[in-house]
Design a protein around this ligand. Structure first.
Ligand code: GP9
Ligand code: MN
Length: 638
């Protein structure tokens, strides 16, 4: 053999050695490898199904592989035969989950969560139309399961080494840590980019899009189980009674003003996205920002010291308070955390009186877990994105114009008396849809966030005005109580300077910040009766008790107060800040402000006591929700 032939021969040898080695390794780990490859492909395929327009296989690959690695690791705890069966079975389970999630997505544009499983009515609605939702391409989720059968037969004849448990355990530790480490990295990155997303689970679909289906279910199950565990401890009987007598005391102060005034009337509640008080009765270049709202304020009972009290659940917290008069969750969103609770919500109480109830919001049903929570709250119907024709888009989705027009038609179909709860969408942060909002000259505020907001809220005001005028013209306003309020802040704290400049506030303090956190609230009575301005310091927690008095509903489990019958100014915020109309306590700086002078004042014994009472009330609210106490109390009385 000459030298050249020797080199060729050697390299041929190395190549065939490598090839042999690959074959050996494949024979040894074929089940784990096929599982990893196939399941990754399926999860990615599902990702494309739910996000055809934004699907990014490269970005999603890392989180998906990382989420499968811990399962692969578990497989190595089994002996050869058991491992093969384990991977095959888990593959079937994951395929079924992906398939179910795909159908659920086609129906609800959301992912199945533990809450949705508990609230099985959601699954029922999907299963009733399941055939219509299946597409032939869905076979892709299951094709491999059939094709794997002959492969398993072939591989059965190829011998594999049986490793001792110690070695298998080491492999388990290695792969598991790898998976958890990478996963941790991805989840941490997301929690930095969107700090509240994982805690509030506001947008389950987005979470699934960026972390993959398996990670979503892992996080959702983790949240579900930890919540269950933390709430599984038995509440002492004494505490149950303490909270009950507190509630009783609150509920006993029955009002005489306007009592039962609205009984039998329809109720139309409109929650307006990011509507804040600082735009009311203001003009830019001689043009009113919210001419329609201003007009209706003059025809209604208007509350000009009304605050939003939302926390981590933002929009959904506003909905939660208005329909339940319980404080938002201490962390996360009540709409997600307490969706399995028994609640004594406004729609339920009205239902008891023979009302038909419906919620309207022209956006993805699963957002903020609405499709689960509206059922828990007892709404007969939820008209979400699916119920509307998406014929006009502004901002996040269906335009307020089209939303109001289509909702009007649906409301007219409702059997009276009814309660319709409407949540608008177009004036949503970052208010960038200048084209959709239409022309409104924001003058010197052009190219600022505030300017964009003013244009957005001007647009929404116009749509709101047209809707209200229609209701009036139609005669519906004569038989209805219309209540309108803003859900939360429009200008985030980072942009506070723009707001201060607009308001001409110099050297603003925390008190100023809070004073700009007011949102408009009005109650319109038929024939413009009771038009007035009420200056009581109040907030979203007080809507339900006020309506309870007007509609003669029982006030059993409410922590807010009836504004029309209370002389007490009182707003408690989730972070422990509060005001009684004279002083304002800011929890994050632990400072008290005198509202009249704007000065910081020192804590007195009396103020300290109020502060403690405030914290106690928040704790009571948490207990009611954490331990599902309304269910306990209701069971007791049965
Ligand atoms: C979308 C909407 C937005 O459904 O209600 O919620 P937000 O971001 O304002 O809390
Ligand atoms: Mn909102």
């Amino acid at each position: 053999m000459d030298n050249r032939t020797i080199v060729e021969h050697n390299s041929q040898n190395t190549l065939s050695n490598i090839w042999l080695n690959i074959q050996k390794q494949w024979a040894q780990h074929w089940d784990a490898l096929t599982f990893l490859i196939i399941v990754t492909a399926k999860v990615l395929y599902y990702g494309k199904e739910i996000s055809p327009e934004y699907f990014n296989p490269i970005a999603l690959q890392g989180p998906v592989v990382a989420s499968i690695l811990p399962i692969v690791a578990i497989g190595y705890l089994f002996k050869n035969n058991g491992r093969k069966n384990f991977f095959y079975t888990v593959n079937i389970i994951i395929s079924l989950i992906l398939f179910a999630d795909t159908l659920y997505y086609r129906y609800f544009k959301d992912v199945i969560s533990m809450g949705a499983i508990k609230d099985s009515f959601l699954l029922k609605s999907v299963s009733s139309s399941v055939l219509a939702l299946i597409k032939s391409k869905d076979i892709l989720y299951f094709l491999d399961i059939i094709l794997l059968i002959p492969l398993m037969k072939i591989m059965k004849n190829i011998e594999r080494k049986e490793f001792k448990f110690r070695l298998r355990f080491m492999v388990f530790i290695f792969i598991f840590s790898l998976g958890v480490g990478f996963n941790g990295k991805y989840i941490y990155k997301l929690s930095k980019e969107q700090p509240l997303l994982i805690k509030t689970m506001s947008n389950k679909l987005y979470l699934t899009k960026v972390l993959g289906n398996i990670n979503f279910h892992a996080i959702d199950s983790y949240n579900y189980i930890t919540n269950k565990i933390s709430r599984s401890k038995k509440v002492p009987e004494a505490r149950i009674e303490e909270v009950q007598s507190f509630l009783k005391e609150k509920g006993e102060t029955k009002g005489i003003n306007f009592a039962g005034e609205a009984e039998g009337k329809n109720l139309i509640v409109i929650q307006v996205e990011a509507l804040q008080s600082f735009v009311v009765n203001k003009k830019i270049n001689g043009e009113e920002i919210t001419p329609n709202l201003n007009k209706w304020i003059n025809k209604s009972m208007y509350f000009d010291n009304f605050f939003y009290q939302v926390a981590g659940g933002n929009t959904s917290d506003a909905e939660f308070m208005v329909n339940n008069s319980l404080y938002p969750a201490a962390s996360g969103a009540a709409y997600y955390q307490y969706s399995g609770n028994t609640l004594n919500s406004l729609p339920k109480a009205l239902k008891e009186k023979g009302y038909n109830t419906a919620a309207f919001h022209g956006y993805i049903e699963g957002f903020w877990n609405r499709n689960v929570m509206y059922n828990t709250e007892g709404f007969d119907n939820f008209h979400g994105e699916h119920s509307f024709e998406l014929n006009d888009r502004v901002g996040l989705g269906l335009s307020d114009e089209s939303f109001f027009n289509q909702s009007f038609e649906k409301i007219k179909e409702l059997k009276e008396p009814f309660y319709s709860f409407m949540v608008t969408l177009s004036s949503h942060f970052p208010y960038e849809d200048a084209e959709g909002y239409g022309s409104f000259n924001v003058g010197e505020y052009e190219n600022t966030l505030l300017g964009d907001y003013l244009r957005g809220i001007h647009y929404t005001d116009k749509q709101l005005g047209m809707f209200l005028d229609k209701i009036e013209k139609d005669g519906l306003a004569d038989d209805s109580i219309i209540l309108i309020y803003g859900d939360h802040s429009a200008i985030p704290k980072e942009y506070a300077e723009e707001l201060y400049k607009f308001e001409g506030a110099t050297n603003p303090t925390d008190l100023d910040w809070y004073q700009y956190q007011k949102v408009p609230m009005l109650i319109h009575f038929p024939k413009d009766e009771h038009k007035s301005v009420n200056n009581t310091y109040s907030g979203q927690m007080d809507v339900y008790p006020t309506l309870a008095n007007l509609f003669n509903l029982p006030n059993k489990y409410m922590l807010g107060q009836d504004i029309l019958n209370s002389t007490e100014d009182r707003v408690i915020f989730r972070n422990g800040s509060f005001t009684n109309g004279e002083i304002f306590y800011v929890s994050w700086s632990n400072q008290y402000y005198d509202i009249a002078s704007g000065n910081v004042i020192s804590e007195t014994e009396e103020l300290k006591k109020i502060k403690q009472k405030v914290l106690q009330e928040l704790e009571y609210s948490d207990d009611i929700l954490d331990y599902d106490l309304i269910k306990t109390y209701e069971n007791k009385t049965q």
